[in-house]
Design a protein around this ligand. Structure first.
Ligand code: SF4
Length: 369
């Protein structure tokens, strides 16, 4: 018989926190509709019927990487003829597109590019588009910049913030479990270090997202542990605006053990993220990895953000993401309306003021802040 979760329903309705055991029970359950109902209740308490989306340009300045994650189909090793580095002027020109509200910049860990390149990139974009929300660099990249330039990560953060950075995209978290990281990304910083650097960035005033890569070799317990560590970080800093579960794309990479996700699992993980992360305002259903139909369904399973239009999304293209370019904000709006929700076009700041006196709020409802 399927578990009804009456005790968890009481907790959620009384505003009590779910604990580790509650999370594992939910993660191991097949009662998707009951979990969805609970998540929809939690979601409505946060944002009513609103669903967010935005016009985003994705930019990967380089695909050359020395970190060699097993689940990644994007990187090329140094010396590979398919490796590239986009010159700063070209990247700034791409970002000057007047039709975008936000830029998302992540790339490979190039062994020799200096911080000056990334500082000039952010400064150039900020000068060309003072109103743009600039979301760039995972904390793993920040750690890499610190090592390449032999300077403390605090200095890296400060320089990029002063150049005009608004927020960090929250990638590189994968799953914090040391057991899993040793197998899927042995050269990446530990989960503990990821949290430490993110906390430093938050304390320097940067907003961020946070992510979890699921659907590879992780257990239910490891998923819940990851979610609760994110919740603890948010309790300390309050700077995470959005949590994004990222389903592992099983194609084109070395991690043959990765099984990938199912629609059932996608909906369950988004719903449980909403239930456990009671202190994070938004949960994103990324349609490029889930497919547009599952992402739309996720709007009734705890998610309130669909992501956005995706231009130049190389990382997920190479990993075999299900749904490609060509989606416009008009289509995203219709998808939201067809799900019976209220569309709100915004950017990753959800109406937050940008840093350095730049008010980059987009069109989000100020009530959300
Ligand atoms: S996920 Fe990022 S760090 Fe890992 S190999 Fe790919 S580009 Fe490099």
């Amino acid at each position: 018989m399927k578990e009804k979760f009456c005790d968890l329903k009481d907790k959620i309705h009384n505003g009590e926190r779910l604990n580790f055991q509650d999370g594992v029970r939910l993660m191991e359950s097949f009662n998707l509709l009951e979990i969805g109902k609970l998540a929809d209740f939690a979601r409505r308490k946060k944002c009513g019927d609103k669903v967010y989306y935005s016009k985003i340009l994705y930019l990967s300045p380089t695909n050359i990487c020395v970190t060699l994650c097993k689940f990644c189909a994007f990187y090329r090793k140094p010396g590979d003829p398919e490796g590239y580095v986009i010159p700063v002027e070209e990247a700034v020109k791409l970002a000057s597109n007047p039709d975008i509200a936000e830029i998302h910049i992540v790339g490979g860990h190039h062994p020799t590019i200096k911080l000056d390149y990334f500082e000039s990139l952010i400064k150039g974009i900020r000068a060309a588009r003072p109103d743009l929300w600039i979301k760039a660099f995972t904390v793993v990249e920040l750690d890499h910049f610190s090592k390449v330039n032999k300077i403390p990560v605090e200095e890296v953060i400060l320089k990029l913030k002063n150049a005009g950075l608004n927020s960090l995209p929250g990638g590189g978290a994968e799953i914090f479990s040391p057991r899993v990281r040793k197998i899927i990304c042995p050269l990446k910083i530990s989960g503990k270090k990821w949290i430490e650097i993110m906390e430093i960035a938050h304390n320097y005033g940067l907003f961020s997202n946070a992510t979890m890569l699921y659907g590879h070799i992780e257990t239910a317990e490891e998923r819940v542990d990851h979610l609760l560590k994110i919740r603890e970080l948010q309790d300390r800093t309050g700077k995470i605006l959005c949590f994004i579960p990222l389903g592992c794309q099983p194609e084109n990479h070395e991690l043959k053990e990765a099984k990938g996700t199912t629609g059932f699992d996608d909906l369950k993980v988004h719903a449980i993220s909403r239930l456990l992360l009671d202190n994070i305002p938004h949960i994103k259903a990324l349609w490029t990895t889930m497919g547009i139909k599952t992402a739309q369904a996720a709007l009734h399973f705890g998610a309130d953000d669909l992501g956005g239009t995706f231009v130049n999304e190389q990382v997920m293209d190479e990993a075999g993401g299900k749904t490609r370019r060509g989606i416009t904000t008009a289509i995203l709006k219709q998808i939201v309306l067809d799900a019976g929700r209220v569309p709100v076009e915004t950017n990753s700041g959800y109406g937050q003021s940008g840093i350095n006196g730049n008010d980059k709020g987009g069109k989000a409802d100020p009530a959300e802040n």
